[in-house]
Design a protein around this ligand. Structure first.
Ligand SMILES: [Cu+2]
Length: 189
């Protein structure tokens, strides 16, 4: 995954839709931490029916909201799909925790009513072949059923989703390269 200037893009979501997908993806329970005004991890991939476990690791409160956002952005005036008030961690005690179950496939934008700079994403995928790109912008898949496969790419800052691509998967490895039409902001280090 490359950006418009040819640099590797981490934390993009790559989804494969094999013509014969077999079993649906399996729901799971994942933890999303709030630490130093960030969501960890910044992008989470889950199957429909999964539980998101939010845990506040900061000493101050967070008021998390989750908004279904087809294109990664949401109208801040619109109502949130879920809201979670998480108390800060006192000395020697853990902070607030809460869980929410997500059913609808698609991206969810995470924010905080108290800290407008906080941004995170959850991608609920209806395909078992869904992974994030690593720091080198690479998404690796194993055991993809042979035959025609559609490839979808999602990145929160790619506002106009790129057209799906058609791949033909056989016995030999398939290598494909996708270039976003945007240059995402760099992650703070
Ligand atoms: Cu906050």
């Amino acid at each position: 995954m490359l950006d418009k200037e040819g640099r590797a893009v981490p934390d993009a979501v790559v989804v494969l839709y094999p013509a014969s997908p077999g079993a649906p993806p399996v729901a799971s329970k994942v933890t999303i931490g709030q630490q130093r005004m960030r969501f960890l991890p910044p992008v989470t991939v889950v199957a429909p029916g999964s539980t998101l476990h939010f845990t506040n690791l900061d000493r101050w409160d967070h008021h998390i909201r989750g908004t279904t956002a087809a294109l990664g952005f949401a109208d801040p005036r619109a109502g949130a799909d879920f809201e979670l008030r998480l108390a800060g961690a006192e000395a020697g005690a853990s902070g607030g925790e809460a869980e929410v179950t997500v059913d609808k496939p698609g991206p969810i934008l995470l924010g905080c009513h108290l800290h407008s700079s906080m941004r995170g994403h959850v991608f609920v995928s209806d395909s078992a072949w869904t992974v994030k790109t690593d720091d080198d912008g690479i998404a690796r898949f194993g055991a993809v059923p042979e035959g025609a496969v559609q490839l979808r790419v999602w990145h929160p800052e790619q506002l106009v989703e790129l057209p799906r691509r058609n791949l033909q998967v056989g016995a030999a490895p398939v290598l494909d390269s996708v270039q976003l039409s945007v240059v995402p902001r760099r992650k703070r280090s």
